[in-house]
Design a binder for this molecule. Sequence first.
Ligand SMILES: [Zn+2]
Length: 162
Amino acid sequence: MNESKSSDVEVFVHRKIVVSFRCPACNLEKSINVEKIKDVSHWKVNATCRRCTHKFKVSFNFRKFYRKETSLHGLLYASFETLEPLGDVHVNDLSLTGIGFESERCSLGVGDVVVIRFLLDDEDQSPLEKEIEITSVRGFKVGAVFRDTSGFDTVLGRYILP
Ligand SMILES: [Zn+2]
């Protein structure tokens, strides 16, 4: 048996609580409540079709689409080592892979790499510190991606996912 790491079925989760996918063998549709898996660090589950008993792997991809609107205050820094901030930002949205914010005073360009620090408005006021790369600038509105996406950020995941 080839233990492939890749999934047979990939489900993109986009602002939905319940998502559905189909058995690759017989096409039977199955729905799953994403609430139940949102705290799992690897969204890969083994599924067995209840009709044809085909076994397959399903991965839930929250990363590309899931974006939470926020209203958070943040600070930009030139690097992790810098203590003096470059300026204030207002964090408008967060996803597992990136961030959108407004920055009135910072002159940022596409491709710039900076560090952003902010507190989430969750129960613990969890501090986050991320190295980001600017991907879009439209007036004050800035879009950026997190540079280190190697590990799943549990704190961010719990905050962002519904
Ligand atoms: Zn089936």
